[in-house]
Design a protein. Structure first.
Length: 268
């Protein structure tokens, strides 16, 4: 474990040396869905543990790609209200969690207390407050859809991982996003799209980006990752009990895609 990260029982302790000369840089440009998540935050936090698309579809699929996390140093990149960070701690991981949304950071702190170091930070800015090779695993659930240019983000994930470390992330499935918007889209481009979310209380328009499959895989490889697995999950039986109509749809058409990659050598 790097000397600049010291552990105390049950939580991370960030030493002065770790933070010295390193600021949590926020990109000047506001993150894409910041306004939407300001509206959604409380309802999202209240429902995420049991909402079928999250609890019984995306989350079990993403968690299935993680290696054994016991004793591992994990960066939860885009932690939202803290549901992943909580699972990681319960399974023995030492976790640092970051999110760009101030409300989500506050909700995660309410949920987790002192169990996890939780910081507000934008993935579109350098993670220059984190040292090279300071994590064994980076997990980033349903976050990358809000970022237009992926190469710098993957480069930062590559930098903060130790050699052979794992990156696991989930996203909306490229096929689903193109099928939804194909009348107004060019498949080969990275494009801004919008959905109206109705599952978290009042309807909220949520912007994100859609991209071709090559726009998912190539930035990952260029950053120096070795692609190990792509998972196109099926909904669980719990999903069927809660939402049989959407269950049938997801049994025939994908909603999310999960990716596991390993840190390799970055191309020169």
């Amino acid at each position: 474990m790097p000397s600049s990260l010291s552990l105390t029982p049950g939580l991370w302790s960030l030493s002065d040396r770790w933070c010295s000369g390193r600021s949590m840089t926020m990109a000047k440009k506001q993150p894409l869905a910041q306004d939407a998540y300001n509206e959604l935050a409380e309802e999202y936090a209240a429902r995420v543990d049991t909402k079928p698309h999250n609890a019984y579809y995306e989350r079990p699929a993403t968690l299935s790609l993680l290696p054994d996390v016991n004793g591992k140093r994990v960066l939860d990149a885009g932690c939202g209200p803290g549901v992943y960070a909580e699972w990681l701690v319960e399974h023995g991981a030492h976790v640092v969690a970051i999110d760009a949304n101030e409300k989500m950071v506050a909700l995660a702190k309410q949920r987790l207390g002192e169990k996890v170091k939780i910081l507000q930070a934008n993935l579109e800015a350098p993670l220059d407050f984190l040292e090279d090779g300071s994590f064994d695993i980076v997990v980033s659930p349903l976050v990358m859809d809000y970022i237009k240019v992926w190469e710098p983000v993957f480069s930062e994930f590559h930098r903060v991982l130790q050699p052979g470390g794992y990156l696991v992330f989930s996203m909306e499935h490229p096929y689903m996003k193109y099928a939804t918007h194909h009348l107004m889209s060019n498949y080969f481009k990275v494009e801004r799209v919008e959905y109206v979310w109705r599952g978290f209380g009042k309807p909220v328009r949520v912007p994100s980006y859609r991209r071709p499959l090559s726009g998912v895989i190539n930035p990952l490889l260029q950053a120096g990752f070795i692609l190990e697995q792509i998972l196109e999950p099926l909904p669980t039986e719990e999903f069927l009990e809660r939402d049989p109509e959407d269950y049938e749809e997801l049994m025939h058409s994908p909603g999310f895609m999960c990716v596991r990659a390993i840190k390799g050598e970055k191309a020169v």
